[in-house]
Design a protein around this ligand. Structure first.
Ligand SMILES: [Zn+2]
Ligand SMILES: [Zn+2]
Length: 394
């Protein structure tokens, strides 16, 4: 795989660094040691370092020449509350915390690009390295932005990536529209009136009402939404009651809505409120919707996608490009794209076949307790970061 030669030379050394991060995972917004290690490397390579951005966030700034253009390269740093099932030498040493999403690889891929760019300086402009905390539901991008990231370190182009086992191995998956869905949480509180279970006529039954609401709101997806707009509405938790013979006062429905378009999210939110309130009224109950927009969809900027595609063609050839289908998980990289053009790409990380003999105990699925980042992706991701940077800041 013809990654940039110098990056290939450094790959073995960075594979060790990656395994160090894997062995020492830290939860969202608690990446204290991780950010210290990152800052230490960046400083060693002569990159200007800013720590404590949005909590544990680290920003590196590398300038060369008099070019005015600025590109931001972003990696996430956090791990998950999972007990690692692997027993290899670099398995997690932090009880019940694991790099099961490959953010250890994201950090290291970006560090590898930083080392190369700092050494070769084959660009004219400013590179901003953004090491972000709390991607796994910790609102790390929001924290960094609230802390002035975009004003203190303005960029014209945000570039990020995720390893992706479902993308063909050693391919770069990208498209020029939506890559990842928005993530939204809904809660419907159904207020009824409790009674003896043997005398339901004296109650306003919130359990029965909640069941009717669950049935009815699926009609938003099948009957009210335009069929050509993709969306998921899943009810994942229903809570009510304390005993077999007591009709409770209250029931709660909790679920998630995923879309690729804020207008579709707007419609679903409005209909959720309307349908649940009206169904509840039909049975004398009250239903109140709380709808929380956690993440927007990751929607790529076509001009930035062209830059990534061009870099991939130059590095690896056309056959390495994979037209990526959008996926339903969410990514807070979307927060940067609200104000800045950019692109997010996947690195196809394989189905587990990369594992060393005797070490592979399970599938290479994200958020799986047997997961391990495929080190073969490191030079690939770093080369794409570096090549896009060199081309954009020519
Ligand atoms: Zn994840
Ligand atoms: Zn992830």
């Amino acid at each position: 795989m013809p990654s940039i030669d110098r990056i290939n030379e450094l790959a073995a050394e960075f594979s060790k660094i990656r395994r160090h991060f894997h062995a020492h995972p830290e939860l969202s917004n608690q990446e204290f040691e991780t950010s210290k290690t990152i800052a230490k490397y960046l400083t060693e390579w002569g990159i200007e370092v800013h720590t404590g951005i949005g909590g544990t966030g680290v920003v590196g700034v590398l300038k060369n020449g008099d070019g005015k253009k600025r590109i931001a390269l972003r990696a996430d740093m956090d791990a998950l509350p999972i007990t690692e099932a692997n027993h290899f030498a670099h398995a997690s040493q932090n009880c019940s915390v694991m790099h099961a999403c490959g953010h250890d690889g994201h950090i290291t891929g970006l560090l590898l690009a930083a080392r190369y760019l700092a050494e070769t300086k084959n660009f004219n402009g400013t590179v901003i390295f953004v090491f972000q905390p709390g991607e796994e539901g910790g609102f790390g991008a929001q924290h960094m932005i609230a802390d002035g990231l975009m004003e203190k370190f303005p960029a014209d182009f945000y570039l990020g990536c995720h390893n992706w086992p479902e993308t063909p191995a050693m391919k770069i998956g990208i498209n020029n529209k939506a890559m990842m869905a928005s993530g939204n949480v809904f809660q419907i509180d159904v207020q009824g009136r409790g009674s003896h279970g043997a005398m339901p006529n004296l109650s306003i039954d919130p359990v029965f009402t909640a069941i009717q609401i669950c049935e009815s709101i699926q009609g938003i997806i099948t009957r009210m939404k335009r069929p050509i707009d993709p969306a998921v509405l899943s009810i994942c938790k229903i809570e009510a009651g304390t005993a077999y013979n007591v009709v409770p006062d209250h029931a709660t429905i909790l679920g998630t809505v995923r879309t690729f378009d804020d207008k579709v999210t707007d419609m679903i939110e409005e209909k959720l409120a309307q349908v649940s309130a009206n169904v509840a009224h039909a049975f004398g109950a009250e239903a109140k919707l709380t709808f929380t927009r956690q993440y927007s969809a990751v929607v790529n900027t076509p001009a930035c996608v062209d830059q990534v595609k061009e870099a991939v063609r130059e590095l690896f050839g056309e056959e390495t490009l994979h037209e990526q289908e959008p996926v339903m998980p969410s990514e807070d990289f979307a927060d940067y794209l609200k104000t800045t053009p950019g692109a997010f790409f996947f690195v196809g990380s394989g189905d587990g076949s990369h594992r060393e003999a005797g070490h592979g105990e399970g599938p290479c699925l994200l958020h799986n307790s047997s997961y391990d980042f495929n080190d073969a992706c490191l030079p690939m991701a770093a080369s794409v970061f570096a090549k896009v940077t060199e081309n954009y800041l020519r």
